[in-house]
Design a protein around this ligand. Structure first.
Ligand code: NI
Length: 267
């Protein structure tokens, strides 16, 4: 496991840019003015709830770096569970980890996912690079299509594996923009496509968190039989509001996150 938070996030970021070229463009657009640093609100990771690779196994990497568990979320329709983690130094990004509840799906999906996870080496989850190690299995384009019928999340995992599913710009820390709506306008003016599921802005001041995201880039993936161009990762934007006690809200809003998951849907 990593002993340095900055190195871990730098590696996650490089891996993410590799399959999310639009993120680099957005990053430059927002940092443009004075080379301002972009502060990340959070990153998100996905996995399956099978023991070998479950949420807790991913979380262990962050707990070892001083992160603490702060919230739990259920997504009944998508059959997902998630937790979020925060570091005492709040300039470090929050971490949102979800896991697919595999046993709630068809025997066919369960068999495919079980077979994928079987191919992950026993000690792989402990490796420094596990959180950006990609897939540890081979699936066919037919398997991908089959997974996609039941769970976009399972299909995404089969193609992309372990890596940041998205990074999230903290709008609160941007120098030139203080409102998420203005960031969205800038992005649209520059031709970026936003996720409109549940509206362009999910949440708002009433729930102390407003979020938007681009639709995922499309990148080629080599499946066991052929190559396909499919959605990879996306970029998210978050504006946090103060709660009644004057503190910025640091949690997540399940109803909004539910729609953010759809940023990797095939359009
Ligand atoms: Ni997010």
């Amino acid at each position: 496991m990593h002993n340095d938070i900055d190195t871990l996030f730098a590696n996650l970021w490089q891996d993410y840019l590799h399959i999310t070229p639009s993120a680099e463009k957005v990053h430059k657009l927002l940092a443009q003015e004075k080379g301002d640093a972009i502060i990340n609100d959070h990153i998100a990771l996905r996995t399956f709830n099978i023991d070998k690779v479950n949420l807790d196994k991913l979380a262990a990497h962050f707990l070892a770096l001083g992160y603490q568990e702060k919230g739990q979320y259920d997504f009944e329709q998508k059959k997902l569970r998630a937790k979020h983690f925060e570091h005492p130094d709040d300039t470090n990004p929050k971490v949102f980890i979800s896991e697919l509840l595999v046993e709630e799906f068809s025997p066919a999906l369960q068999a495919l996912v079980t077979n994928m996870v079987k191919q992950v080496a026993d000690d792989a989850v402990l490796a420094d690079n596990f959180l950006y190690s990609g897939t540890h299995w081979q699936v066919s384009s037919e398997d991908y299509a089959l997974l996609l019928e039941e769970s976009e999340y399972a299909a995404w995992m089969s193609a992309w594996g372990y890596r940041a599913n998205h990074f999230t710009v903290s709008v609160n820390y941007l120098k030139d923009y203080s409102e998420l709506a203005d960031v969205n306008s800038l992005l649209k003016d520059h031709g970026f496509v936003l996720n409109t599921s549940g509206g362009e802005i999910k949440g708002g001041a009433d729930v102390c968190l407003a979020q938007s995201s681009t639709m995922a880039d499309k990148m080629p993936v080599q499946f066991s039989d052929k190559q396909l161009e499919i959605p990879s990762c996306f970029y998210e934007f978050a504006q946090r509001y103060k709660m009644a006690d004057g503190q910025l809200y640091t949690g997540f809003v399940a109803a909004s996150a539910d729609k953010i998951f759809e940023s990797t849907n095939v359009m």
